[in-house]
Design a protein around this ligand. Structure first.
Ligand code: ZN
Length: 93
């Protein structure tokens, strides 16, 4: 029997998809939750899959931060739950 918990992964599970979209290694990017202002590395976000794509939630308040849907028409990325994203400098990658 499959529960919602079975579909929960950590942010590293989304690493490949995020890299495809942003063209960068994104797991160490810092994200600020728009709901509670918690700053987390992308790898720390809670990833839910099972629908048409991925949903990344804040580890502190569970608010939806990123939605990714890959469809035949293209990849849809909704980042309205992210107040700010800070990518590492190329020199320290
Ligand atoms: Zn939050």
């Amino acid at each position: 029997m499959e529960s919602e918990r079975d579909l929960m992964l950590d942010g590293n599970a989304a690493a490949g998809v995020l890299q495809e979209i942003f063209g960068e290694e994104m797991t160490t990017a810092l994200t600020t939750c728009d709901e509670c202002a918690t700053v987390s590395q992308m790898a720390m976000l809670r990833v839910f899959s099972g629908g048409p794509g991925l949903v990344l939630r804040c580890p502190a308040c569970e608010a939806v931060m990123v939605r990714i849907a890959q469809t035949p028409r293209g990849t849809f990325v909704d980042v309205r739950g992210v107040r700010q994203m800070r990518l590492p400098l190329p020199s320290i990658r």
